[in-house]
Design a protein around this ligand. Sequence first.
Ligand SMILES: Cc1cc2nc3c(=O)[nH]c(=O)nc-3n(C[C@H](O)[C@H](O)[C@H](O)COP(=O)(O)OP(=O)(O)OC[C@H]3O[C@@H](n4cnc5c(N)ncnc54)[C@H](O)[C@@H]3O)c2cc1C
Length: 262
Amino acid sequence: MLLAVAEYLRSKDANVVTIAEQTSASKINKFGVGLWRMPSKLVQAIALRAKLFGVPYLTDCWATFASGTGKLESVTLTRKGKTWSIACDVLACGFHLVPNIELASLLNCTIHDGFVAVDEFQRTSCENVFCAGEPTAIGGVESSLVEGKIAGFAASGQLEEARKYFAERDKTRDFGERLNRTFALRDELKMLAGESTIVCRCEDVTFGRLAEFTNFREAKLQTRCGMGSCQGRICGAATAVLFDWKVGSVRPPIFPVKLENL
Ligand SMILES: Cc1cc2nc3c(=O)[nH]c(=O)nc-3n(C[C@H](O)[C@H](O)[C@H](O)COP(=O)(O)OP(=O)(O)OC[C@H]3O[C@@H](n4cnc5c(N)ncnc54)[C@H](O)[C@@H]3O)c2cc1C
């Protein structure tokens, strides 16, 4: 993901100073070797690296601090016990992807480990409700497309047609699982937030304020965390990582809608 975004930014003439990847070089190398099972991904990875020629790609490295007066001026990076700052005016951070499971949750579909549970035909626990793509597992576009095909065939009663895509889906799922293992967040990242770090951006609620509470609901009632326009979509995931909290129930509207759309 970091490579894809960096390459996109460079294609728009951004001067990408550094790519800091928190996972280790050994994990990345092992993942790279395993890519022979999905040659298209291997080709994509090589092409991205080639297009980013000259941009340092540092593994075991992450940003610990961003500073500047009125605007970002520098970012502090850490790597294997060494800390240094680099000048830059934009910092893009990605910690992981979060599936949108709100619609399935509203329909009372079973959720397992944060993902919508499906059977081999992409059937959820609710009758006539199918789910495909990132709500069921995060594994890239091929995985979503093949799951969509299976769900479509199964939903229209063509089970044998659907079955033809099982092997392809298993391959993409395997890729997704390896991706998630390789880039799993290291524990040190949980220690990045300081007392004054803002966790809920809509309501300006800091880490220090949230640390007074033991669950999301209590924190929400006392601090308005998760009550702003994103309705906990950003801070809910952050508090799940930082405090192991579970965000409460899902309620419509799933996404804020502009009056002009209504
Ligand atoms: C910056 C970036 C770069 C990426 N690069 C790559 C790459 O190089 N290779 C790769 O394999 N993958 C890449 N991915 C991941 C890839 O985009 C996803 O795996 C893929 O799009 C997932 O497909 P999906 O159908 O599950 O979800 P999506 O493509 O997200 O489609 C879901 C759709 O549902 C709509 N939706 C959501 N909720 C609702 C609702 N309540 N009501 C109505 N509509 C709703 C959304 O608007 C969206 O159009 C990248 C992702 C990002 C963000």
